[in-house]
Design a protein around this ligand. Sequence first.
Ligand SMILES: Cc1ncc(COP(=O)(O)O)c(C=O)c1O
Length: 407
Amino acid sequence: MKLSLQTQNKTTKTAETMTYQDSEYVQLPVPEGIYDLNVGQPSPQLLPMDLLYSADNTHISDPTFLQYGNQQGYLTFRKAVGSFLSAETGDAVSADELLITAGNSGAILLIGTRIAAESKTRPLAIVESPTYQWAVNVLEGCGFDIMTVPVDDEGMVVDEVERLVVEENARPALVLTIPSHQNPTSVTLSTPRRQKLIQLAIDHDFKILADEAYQLLSFPDGRVDSSLATSDTTEQGVVLTIGTFSKIFAPALRLGWVQANPHLIAWLVKHPLLVSGGGLNPIMAGWLEPVITDGSLETWLAGLRKELFDRYVCLRNALQTKLPQIEMVTTPQGGYYIWCRLPAHMDSEALRVLAFDKYKVNFRPGIQCNTSPDYLRLCFAFHTSEEIEQAIDLLASAYDEYANGLA
Ligand SMILES: Cc1ncc(COP(=O)(O)O)c(C=O)c1O
């Protein structure tokens, strides 16, 4: 299937207009004329509206679909998600290892509140720095104290987790990691570190929350990593992998999954939210199921991975030729982002303000990723390749003006 440009009111791309989204429906409006390399969302052209609106509606025509949903997510949908994940990763994922969620933000809240409710003292979470800052905020909202460990080319520095628990006597209830194509660095956790982290969780009695928002978005020639939950062979389970349809299909679905040992799934199913309100987002699950089972999602994803790779190459080349002063810190193998660094004395938030106000280019500064001001994150998912090139031209002008001002 070819990715086709969608044409919708207020969220459109034609030969004359740039990609933008400016309606009352969106969380992050991007007015026309702004190059927004901050927004970590697929562009409107990369939202498969046709697949959704032409989907078979047999399931959702059943009146029982309008009742409170099965707490774990109904079995046929879990089987469909399991088959889809098995096909994408090459690992067998069964329905009893899955619980359907309202996406990864909701899953972090679900798991965080479940752990916090069982903790006799204020729980501690160890998280990566840099990381997806909003997840940290969710955990803080659940009552967690937070400690950070760095990320390098092999992902989370697990030796530092070990140092905290062994030498500093830290007692985490949870370690949060983004194992594949991490946000914001795009690095992937190496196999030895995965094994070591699981062993630490066993030895020191904590759970691992593996946020796999980007796992399935490896570039076309790369392989998709196994989920961390797949490597968890413990009897009761220590890893909760969470996945989402937000980055591979559409954020507004508010739909995702937890993959974990069935003991952990049974523990999570007892969450008061599910006991009171039933399973999460059942209508959307019923709507999406035929898109998964007829193979459309798999085909769509293959096209999306190719398009994201093309956009990545374009951003990388533009940076290399037009802005060599900005260092690309890592080499992405998938995901949505290039993680960059300014010369040490520069402040990416100050550059961003100038770039946005005068040159109409936006990006995410390091301070919004739980790290120092010299870093910045550039997203290649929202704008087309052509627009990305124009954005980097403008960012180069902003950079020159900013650097001259410092000289
Ligand atoms: C690492 C990470 N986790 C979670 C989310 C949010 O996921 P969801 O849309 O499923 O709530 C994002 C979105 O940017 C993300 O980058």
